[in-house]
Write a protein that binds this ligand. Sequence first.
Ligand SMILES: Nc1nc2c(ncn2[C@@H]2O[C@H](COP(=O)(O)OP(=O)(O)OP(=O)(O)O)[C@@H](O)[C@H]2O)c(=O)[nH]1
Ligand SMILES: [Mg+2]
Length: 178
Amino acid sequence: MVGFPNAGKSSLLRALSNARPAVAAYPFTTLKPHVGIVHYEGHQQIAVADIPGLIRGAHQNRGLGSAFLRHIERCRFLLFVVDLSLSEPWTQVDDLKYELEMYEEGLSERPHAIIANKIDLPEARANLSQLRDHLGQEVIALSAVTGENLEQLLLHLKVLYDAYLEAERGRGREPLKW
Ligand SMILES: Nc1nc2c(ncn2[C@@H]2O[C@H](COP(=O)(O)OP(=O)(O)OP(=O)(O)O)[C@@H](O)[C@H]2O)c(=O)[nH]1
Ligand SMILES: [Mg+2]
């Protein structure tokens, strides 16, 4: 999960898994990556990493710096977590992709999903339609706090994971495991 500070990444990890990263209403609550395991039927498991918040200039070591960007390199797919309570939320996606791309060419092109968090807040609905218009791609809108629409993310995670397995097997490789 990649997002600006306060977007709700740790709240989302808590909602999806048994991991218990700290959550607070100030930026940079998370100082190191946390991994949670999402369980599916048939004993399948997907590891989800909550990465500390990125800011503009992270690739130049601003904010918490670029040290943890290397954890993103290890992820097979990315969840861009956007705070829908902020206006012009598509700028978050653009800025996050820019930071990843500046850090490592091609990183922003990894298979990914756009997660629009905080849909429970009143201003979020209007921002969601703007976000969808600007991005022109699927956006999963949910609330890490109320659990609204979490199911859609769980299903989509599995779709991303299955696509990854398929692609690896197609190349004659064994999938990477944590
Ligand atoms: N209303 C609402 N608040 C949320 C939601 N998700 C997170 N929050 C709040 O947003 C604040 C930040 O949440 P965190 O989960 O700590 O955010 P984070 O992205 O992990 O932040 P950093 O660790 O600083 O990068 C907290 O006050 C949360 O309670 C949501 O879906 N709805
Ligand atoms: Mg956090």
